[in-house]
Each structure stands twice: as C-alpha cells, then as structure tokens.
Design a protein around this ligand. Sequence first.
Ligand code: ADP
Length: 192
Amino acid sequence: MRLVLLGAPGSGKGTQAARLKEHLQVPHISTGDLLRAEVAAGSKLGLAAKEVMARGELVSDEILLGMLEDRFSRPDTRGGFILDGYPRNLAQADALDKLLTRIGQPFDFAVQLDVPTELLVERIAGRAAAEGRADDTPESVRTRLKVYDGHTAPVIDYYRQHGHLTVVDGVGSLDEVFTRIIEAISPVKEIG
Ligand code: ADP
C-alpha cells in the first residue's frame, strides 16, 4: 500500500500514520519528523530549517525533495509507504509525482483527514500543553494554518480533480477515524 496522508496541522495525520504503519506494515515517512531529526542532530540542513519551522513557514522545496529522494532510496520503501507532511504545495505535488514515477511506485491513495478549523486550533493547543513542540506557539500555529489554506489546500483540489483523493472525516475518536481510513483504502488493500 502506498499512501499519501493529507490534512491540516492538528488533523491527526501523525497519530493515524503511526497506527497505519503497524496495520499495513509499511514505513511511515513524516517530513516533519525527518526535519526535526535534522534539527536535533544539528546538521547543516537542520540549521537551515530550524528557524523556518519555528515560525511555521515552509522549509524550501529543494531541501524537502533532497530529503525525500534520500529516504525513498532506502529499500524498506519498496513494499509501500505512508507519506505524511508532503506534498504541502503544488510544486511539491509535481516533484512527488515525478519522483514516484521514476522509482515505479505511484501512490494508491491520497487520504485527506478533514477537520474543522476550530477543532484544529483546540487540538494543537492541547498538544502544545502536553508536548511543548517548538512550533506550537499561537503565532506559529496561526502561520501554519494560513500556509495550509494558501499552499496545501490547492494540492487537495489538484488531487480531487485528478481522481486521487479520498476524504475521511477526521472528527471522532482515534479508533473511529482509524476505522474510516481503513475502510476508505480497503478496495486497493484487498487487491494489492
Ligand atoms: P504540522 O502538520 O502539525 O504543522 P509537521 O510535523 O508535519 O507538523 O511539520 C512541521 C514543520 O516542518 C512545518 O510547519 C514546516 O515548517 C516543516 N515541514 C514539514 N513538511 C514540510 C514540507 N513538505 N515542506 C516544507 N516544510 C515542511
């Protein structure tokens, strides 16, 4: 199974991706996690990304693509993957299409977790209190939601127009949302 998970900050992508990984037995590729690992390691890339991430803006397409090409060159992605946090703009969607075509691994589904904005804000505030992520400040959260509306929502429209999109209601318990995702992707799962 090759999945692209889409959804606003706070939509529950990361949590659901972790469960899907166990269920589908494929790697979870989170660009946010990859970037945070670079920041934690103090690499050159991490240094370039750190401030941008703290502000809630997008790290450059070039850095992201290099990171992804590197990740997809590892053999564990050959049996499938769950991509989380990418693409976040149309240029990234285009780059992803090209990359996956080149390696012969086009994705089966783009699944969008749909959650109303009021609930996103509430969830991120809860996570900020619990986890203390550097980019969960009110200012950064506002920026991330704005970036999502301006840059990432068009990716969703693009996938909708090209028939790749499956929208899943992201409101409910973790189990409920998980079950909805599994149902949404089951036709391909049974065949492939
Ligand atoms: P969230 O979706 O909750 O905001 P992520 O962990 O997916 O959190 O991403 C955190 C930050 O990492 C983003 O705000 C952005 O700065 C950076 N980032 C992650 N993925 C991308 C991407 N595809 N393109 C550009 N920047 C990214």
